[in-house]
Design a binder for this molecule. Structure first.
Ligand code: ZN
Length: 144
């Protein structure tokens, strides 16, 4: 009784926790193949913002600013192109695709239940035909 109650409470806590967690994280998407690229893109955007800021406050010369901006924009273009290239594939397909390969083999079910061979003398049953009964040693003839 006590054990059952404990198990039910534990299950309830687990289910509750899972439910809350799902609500807290509406968009986890950790398996996305473009996730690291999106991160990279965001970082480059941030660098561009920083660069613009430094230029505006006079920390950078015109040439330095243009040069750095060009480098960042080039990198950004590369990242965006890579996202576009990968982006055609749905994020979940790489995770759930290999499932159908490992289906339970139905062959074992049909081979596991052959008609039992019975000893005509003692009635002991065996999974396959033998010359002599393994129980009483008498010859096992067909159709007995
Ligand atoms: Zn026998």
């Amino acid at each position: 009784m006590i054990v059952t109650a404990a198990v039910l409470i534990t299950l309830g806590v687990i289910l509750f926790t899972l439910g809350v967690r799902r609500k807290d994280l509406p968009e986890p998407a950790p398996a996305s193949p473009t996730a690291h690229l999106e991160e990279r893109k965001a970082a480059i955007y941030e660098n561009l913002r920083d660069l613009q800021f430094e230029y505006r406050v006079g920390k950078l010369s015109d040439d330095d600013y243009q040069q750095s901006k060009l480098v960042l924009q080039k990198e950004l273009a590369g990242v965006v192109a890579e996202i576009d290239r990968i982006g055609g594939v749905p994020a979940t397909s790489s995770v759930s695709a290999p499932k159908p390969v490992s289906m339970p083999a139905p062959a074992t079910v049909t081979t596991a239940a052959p008609a039992a061979i019975r000893c005509p003398n003692c009635g002991a049953s065996f999974p396959q035909r033998m010359k002599f009964c393994g129980e009483c040693g008498s010859p096992m003839t067909e159709g007995a």
